[in-house]
Design a protein around this ligand. Structure first.
Ligand code: ZN
Length: 434
């Protein structure tokens, strides 16, 4: 049993001051009560405490591209990403992902959905342990103290009707059965879950989509959707419909599905996503960095689609920046203010994100919920003088001071339990570029 006394906490979308949170041995919240003074047996948590933040879309290894492919087109960026992927092995993947997951924890993320497709050796031959790469991610999450949903990704072809290119062979299994067999062998751990992903309507043949959805049923299923106009054009040419309509036809749209990006949507696509109960994951800084476009997130929100947040390629790892960018981009797009209020922005980072990653009892501060906490400074140069309820809309990842995952303190006074994370990042990334 552990106790955290929070100076202020975000409970049910409102601020409650001087809150004692009791955490049981299983890492869930056993009691919440208001107590004026921190009791001697409790850990004092200064600042404003939120339920932990969910990073719903990540490719950990893309962090090694930060600042290195800054001017080229999306497709040239993708080639550079393939070159990087070719240099990774289970050992370097573990080292890199540990540092990246630790960076996420420092920024206030308590759970990550890792969209994992780097399965095999260069050339496509499986490792002796066919999940050597996936298990490296699990090891990294354990070491960094973060919760993980490993979204094991099915990747079967190089594009609509295209063979795999040599760098893509590492990503691919022979067919859906081969993917499902390998995925069934993944090692679990107490703070981990296994989910499924279809890479995109480009990388999986139409007839395989419903099989993947069936194999992953009951858990989270994710897919990249309409990030670039080229995907829509190619899908229209091959199948006579949009990628979203194709997912609907193949029975993939459901409340288990999270569609990542969902930028280039027509009105019918938005209606399909809404009526299916699917979630949409926005990755605002990645979409801006790659020049993808601004998604119709205000309209999706108006049509009751749950939105979540991902840092995707990790040009930035900052939950506050993502929700600020989400809101500001929509203001520019709609020429209106307050598309998402702060409560809705925090919901995207917390309960919507946890649900999209299969942690249905997370992302809330209430009895029975996972004891995952993220606390930020109330009085930094950015947040001083700002009303408590609005601080998240001006804060930055560097304001995060305390992070707790399942009752375990992972970040205290702005320091990660693994020590100096910049050094870990340098040691993992520099050798890759030799
Ligand atoms: Zn992605």
């Amino acid at each position: 049993m552990s106790h955290f006394w929070c100076e202020a906490a975000w409970i049910g979308g409102a601020i409650s001051e001087k809150v004692l949170i009791e955490c049981d041995e299983a890492g869930t919240i056993a009691a919440i009560e208001n107590i004026a003074v921190c009791p001697p047996f409790a850990t004092a948590v200064p600042g404003l405490t939120f339920p932990g933040f969910a990073n719903t879309h990540s490719h950990a290894f893309h962090r090694a591209l930060r600042g290195r492919v800054t001017q080229d087109s999306f497709w040239r960026w993708r080639d550079a990403m393939y070159e990087l992927a070719a240099r990774l092995d289970p050992e370097s993947y573990l080292q890199l992902a540990t540092a990246v997951f630790a960076e996420m924890a420092l920024a206030g993320f308590t759970v990550v959905g890792e969209f994992h497709y780097l399965h095999h050796q260069a050339g496509g031959r499986p490792y002796d342990d066919p999940n050597a790469m996936g298990n490296a991610l699990t090891g990294a999450a354990k070491a960094a103290g973060i919760r993980l949903t490993l979204l094991d990704t099915c990747y079967l072809q190089g594009g609509l009707g295209k063979e795999l290119s040599p760098p893509q062979r590492r990503f691919a299994d022979a067919d859906v059965d081969d993917w499902a067999r390998r995925r069934a062998l993944l090692k679990g751990y107490a703070r981990g879950q296994i989910g499924a992903a279809i890479h995109s309507v480009r990388a999986v043949p139409r007839e395989a989509m419903s099989e993947i959805a069936a194999a992953g049923r009951g858990g989270p299923l994710h897919i990249h959707l309409s990030e670039q106009p080229a995907e829509n054009q190619q899908t229209l040419a091959a199948h006579g419909m949009s990628p979203t309509a194709l997912l609907a036809k193949e029975g993939v749209l459901s409340e288990d599905l999270t569609a990542v990006h969902a930028i280039h949507l027509e009105a019918e696509d938005i209606a399909l996503l809404s009526s299916s109960g699917a979630t949409v994951c926005a990755c605002p800084t990645t979409e801006a960095d790659l020049g993808d476009g601004i998604g119709p997130f205000a309209e999706l929100h108006r049509q009751k689609v749950s939105l979540t947040i991902g840092t995707d390629q990790h040009v930035f790892i900052d939950p506050f920046l993502e929700i600020q960018r989400l809101e500001m981009d929509q203001r520019l797009l709609t020429r209106q203010r307050s598309v998402f209020n702060v409560r809705e922005q925090i919901d995207a980072l917390t309960q919507h994100g946890y649900r999209a990653l299969g942690w249905t009892n997370g992302g809330l501060l209430e009895v029975g919920a996972l004891c995952d906490l993220t606390s930020m400074k109330n009085d930094s140069v950015r947040t001083a003088g700002v009303p408590l309820a609005e601080k998240a809309s001006v804060a930055s990842a560097v304001d995060v001071e305390t992070v707790v995952v399942g009752g375990r303190v992972v970040v205290a006074s702005g320091q990660h339990v693994l020590g100096e994370i910049p050094a870990l990042l340098r040691e993992a990334i520099d050798p890759l570029w030799g």
